[in-house]
Design a binder for this molecule. Structure first.
Ligand code: PEP
Length: 250
């Protein structure tokens, strides 16, 4: 059984006091949740404070980005050891906003993944197609290319994949459970063709306008193992409802 993984991506939102206010409401709401990994990725400036507040709780700290070099003259960049020092266990790599606005290619994504893993961080790798690519029937080709190039020479043991169709991110248009399951089962099949049995343990998250209203249906899909949540993770109430999605079976 794959343990559900529910992650918040706060993007460029929340000052330190705002992050603290969120946690003082959110942490008591989810303190009894033991059957899911709960992850929060604040902006860099709030990592240290949020990391301190998460110590001894059931919530895990993640960063939204990392550089592929370990140290040196790279003004404005952040290294894996800096993230570990702030208390991060995970880092999001390859988010579509980084690919789109900061020209991150699959090759850069691959370099970042390798450096992150080598230094002991776990990785949430984001992949997903644009609306035009979906309409042209290229979804699976895009996913395959992003997986093959992004994960080149990488072991997937410490990787979580987030399928995030770009047309669903921040738009209020969520993939239907059928669309999500199609993509997730394709991703698992591709991973299994490279990594064999390890694909069964791999957690594949859905991201794209997840809310308390649609999370239950998405989480019933056999290959949807969790969610990466942007907008709806900014409010303690809506994110805690997502964390407490309706469990079925077992
Ligand atoms: C995201 O940015 O990873 C995301 C899924 O955003 P939203 O939930 O706002 O669509």
């Amino acid at each position: 059984m794959r343990k559900p993984f529910i992650a918040a991506n706060w993007k460029m939102n929340k000052t330190v006091p705002e992050a603290e206010a969120f946690l003082s409401e959110f942490l008591p709401e989810v303190s009894n949740v033991t059957d899911a990994d709960i992850v929060i990725a604040p902006p860099f400036t709030a990592l240290k404070t949020v990391g301190e507040k998460l110590k001894g709780t059931n919530v895990i700290l993640a960063a939204q980005n990392v550089f592929y070099e370990e140290k040196g003259a790279y003004t404005g960049e952040i290294s894996p050891s800096m993230l570990l020092d702030a208390g991060c266990s995970y880092v999001i790599i390859g988010h579509s906003e980084r690919r789109q606005y900061f020209n991150e290619t699959d090759e850069i994504v691959n370099k970042k993944i390798k450096t992150a893993l080598k230094n002991g961080l776990k990785v949430i790798l984001c992949i997903g197609e644009s609306l035009a690519q979906r309409q042209e029937g290229k979804t699976n080709d895009v996913l395959k290319e992003q997986l093959t190039n992004g994960l080149k020479d990488v072991d997937i043991e410490n990787i979580v994949i987030a399928y995030e169709p770009i047309w669903a991110i921040g738009t209020g248009v969520t993939a239907t459970p059928e669309q999500a399951e199609d993509a997730h089962s394709y991703i698992r099949k591709e991973i299994s063709s490279i990594y064999g049995n390890k694909a069964e343990a791999l957690r594949i998250l859905y991201g794209g306008s997840v809310t308390p209203d649609n999370v239950n249906d998405l989480m019933t899909c056999p290959d949807v193992d969790g969610a990466l949540v942007g907008g709806a993770s900014l409010k303690p109430d809506s994110f805690s409802k997502i964390v407490k999605f309706k469990r079925t079976g077992g």
